[in-house]
Design a protein. Structure first.
Length: 320
């Protein structure tokens, strides 16, 4: 398989490139910067190029050059707080960037290119879900509760329209929370792990937190990218698939596990600035459709993932 990855410079890009190359794929990875990330050096068969996915002409050129069987569309603004501060920019990247990508691919259909386009969306599109309504499956209507979620709902609509109107073979992967080593400390799990590593190294033992009662469906990023690879092979165009573990974990329990790993004394304080105005109490998904279509199931236990996340953050603190 020949694969093109957009937004490969982000957290998921490295893991997806590793997964695809391990499967024997020829991978072209693209991102915002001309210089490739350092991890590309470990994959000599990978090709890197700069690409702005909001530019349909540039997407068309990149796609024609790579001649991919599958395009993995990772490029996105994926941080909810940033979407609250910069909603227009979030829509430009997430929704209009997807439109430009689909336009570029549609133009190539006349030249014999028929790549499958895997759109990586988010479970945030479901919005507020009552405890008695979980796990949610793909039939549940979108009800976005923040600009990021709204941009992802718009992205899905664009992809489905491109399939129906232009024949662009879009498959939508609606990913729930995914975590792993190397994720930005802007996100809750690596943020906890980084602060605890700093405390273990002698730092201030006060840990400021937001809402610890929320429950989320966490999946290891290495399991997530395996699901993406399988959906590119076996997913049906025009269909949406939840990518999730099928288990919900309270944020307070995640924090407790990380504290045990760090083996430190810590004072936990609530920081009002970290509380979101519309935080969903629980987000738990059904992965039955994904399993039926691909045979996928998660391989990483949450405990193993948290061990790897803490070890990574500890190494960053020690080497700083």
């Amino acid at each position: 398989m020949r694969a093109l990855i957009t937004g490969a410079g982000g957290f998921v890009g490295r893991y997806l490139a590793e997964e695809l190359t391990a499967r024997g794929a020829a991978v072209t990875a693209t991102g915002d910067h001309a210089a490739p990330p350092a991890w590309c050096a470990a994959m000599p068969t990978l090709t890197w190029s700069q690409l702005d996915v909001r530019d349909a002409d540039a997407v068309e050129r990149a796609t024609a050059a790579a001649a991919p069987d599958a395009i993995f569309h990772l490029a996105a603004q994926s941080f909810v707080p940033e979407s609250l501060a910069r909603p227009r920019e979030t829509f430009e990247v997430n929704a209009l960037g997807t439109l430009a990508l689909c336009q570029g691919v549609a133009r190539l259909r006349a030249r014999g290119f028929e790549p499958l386009v895997l759109i990586t969306s988010s479970a945030e599109v479901y919005g507020a879900v009552a405890a008695g309504e979980v796990p949610v499956d793909e039939r549940r209507a979108a009800n976005p509760a923040n600009p990021y979620a709204a941009s992802k709902a718009a992205q899905e609509a664009v992809a489905l329209a491109a399939w129906h109107a232009w024949g662009v073979r879009c498959v939508i992967a609606r990913a729930f929370n995914h975590i792993g080593p190397g994720q930005s400390p802007r996100f809750v799990v690596p943020s906890f792990a980084r602060r605890l590593a700093e405390i273990a190294a002698g730092g201030d033992p006060v840990l400021m937190v937001g809402n610890l009662e929320s429950r989320r469906d966490f999946t290891d990023v290495r399991d997530v990218v395996r699901a993406y690879a399988l959906l590119a092979e076996r997913g049906r165009p025009g269909e949406i698939y939840n990518v999730c573990s099928g288990h919900a974990y309270a944020i307070k329990d995640i924090l407790r596990e990380l504290i045990l790993l760090a083996r430190v004394g810590v004072e936990v304080r609530e920081d009002p600035a970290r509380l979101r105005p519309s935080d969903t109490p629980i987000l738990l998904g059904s992965n039955a459709k994904l399993r039926a279509a691909t045979g996928w199931e998660p391989a990483y236990r949450l405990e193993r993932t948290l061990e790897d996340v803490y070890a990574y953050e500890r190494s960053c603190v020690v080497s700083a």
